[in-house]
Design a protein around this ligand. Structure first.
Ligand code: SF4
Length: 398
């Protein structure tokens, strides 16, 4: 029987770098570089031909960066290469991230026509002044236009990303964003709190840094997210993710439940064949390697050997996930979900009872009122989620 697999495609291009962004993305890249990059991604996908037949692809996520910056024909090419290389489930979930400043009706129609069935729009806030301060390229009206175009193009599964803890944002402005977003009834809302990452323009901007709300206000916003969204039938199914019934993101759940996935493109992470690894981050090195591979792929018969040679050069931070590491990670990620970790699933995957491995720590946090263990599931309650960093570190095995 074929194994389930998910694919992530990294598109590292943006119109303009947002001030808080530390994702691997570049602004002002030439169209030529974008073309060569997409060809390289297609080549990387093709490289997996000798190992692909053991898998069936259940979810695909095209993220970035700003995938919607690309001409739709390039996205079509990538999906065509995936379908040529892998068997793709007919009920596959295919998500593409879109920036309201680059999303256009004709692109959205093209996405639908090639099987993309989930759209993730990065709004962040409905406050235009704040959007400008953050260096975002769009305003709220553009979000509205993009969102409505997506519905007209036939998208029935839309996520909207919003952020709390932004410079100058108060509780009132945050709730205003939540309320205005909910009026559109997206099926899914991701609500993350801003993190100031070293090396970003925000980290150097004292004026903006001084405007970031304090921890108490940020916590208040976090607590309000759940309350406000729950009143509109959104269920929090992960620390920062909310969905209407039946619209949880299947792709992200693969990450949180220890499923296999391959990331294509620079800096993309994978968990594949028992190893966790990240692709090289240098775009020129990546393109050169893939262009060489394209030549070799035509000439050589030993495709499996070529796959081994090239992936060895391409992968960094390779970690073989022995059972202890996998169990730790399974708990770290699984406990992010509000339904927690299933005892039965744990036993199915690791051939061990979760209580034999983690009984002591689970009992401790259940007794202290931070965790719930009932029936089949072990999970954090709201108090536990608030101090999850501390709790999760107790799930490390010696
Ligand atoms: S659009 Fe996203 S990836 Fe691009 S710069 Fe802004 S935050 Fe970063």
């Amino acid at each position: 029987m074929k194994k389930d697999l998910s694919l992530y495609i990294h598109i590292p291009f943006c119109v303009h770098k947002c001030k808080y962004c530390d994702f691997l993305s570049f602004d002002n890249e030439s169209y030529g570089t974008m073309l060569r990059y997409v060809d390289s991604v297609c080549q990387e996908i093709k490289l997996y031909t000798p190992v692909a037949d053991k898998y069936i692809v259940r979810t695909i996520y095209i993220g970035g960066g700003t995938p919607s910056i690309l001409d739709e024909t390039l996205i079509t090419n990538i999906l065509a290469f995936i379908r040529k290389t892998f068997e793709v489930d007919r009920f596959v979930e295919i998500t593409i991230e879109a920036n309201p400043g680059t999303v256009k009706y004709h692109k959205l129609l093209a996405y639908r026509s090639i099987g993309i069935n989930r759209l993730s729009i990065g709004l962040q806030t409905a406050d235009d002044e704040l959007l400008k301060k953050l260096g975002r390229i769009h305003n709220f009206d553009q979000f509205v236009a993009g969102y409505n175009s997506a519905r007209r193009a036939g998208f029935k599964n839309i996520n909207v990303d919003i952020m709390s803890g932004l410079p100058g944002q108060d509780v009132h402005s945050y709730v205003d964003t939540l309320t205005r977003v909910m009026e559109f009834e997206p099926e899914h809302i991701s609500a993350y709190s801003l993190t100031v990452e070293e090396g970003t323009p925000l980290a150097e901007d004292t004026a903006l840094l001084n405007m970031i709300p304090n921890e108490d206000t940020d916590r208040q916003m976090y607590a309000l997210t759940k309350k406000v969204l729950a009143a509109h039938d959104y269920v929090r199914y992960e620390f920062s993710n909310y969905a209407k019934d039946g619209y949880e993101c299947r792709h992200n759940k693969v990450y949180w439940t220890g499923g296999e996935y391959i990331g294509f493109g620079i800096g993309a992470s994978s968990f594949f064949k028992g190893q966790r690894f990240t692709n090289i981050r240098d775009i020129n090195e990546y393109i050169t390697l893939m262009e060489e591979t394209a030549e070799q792929f035509v000439k050589r018969q030993d495709k499996l050997k070529l796959y081994d040679e090239v992936t060895e050069r391409m992968r960094t931070d390779v970690v073989t996930m022995y059972i202890d590491r996998r169990m730790e990670e399974y708990m770290f990620l699984g406990l992010r979900m509000t339904k927690g970790v299933s005892r039965k699933e744990f036993e199915r995957i690791f051939n061990k009872d979760i209580y034999d491995v983690y009984g002591e720590v689970i009992n401790k946090y259940v007794d202290e009122g931070f965790m719930i263990s009932d029936g089949d599931s072990v999970r954090l309650n709201d108090r536990g989620i608030d101090v999850s960093n501390i709790i999760l570190s107790d799930f490390l095995l010696d």
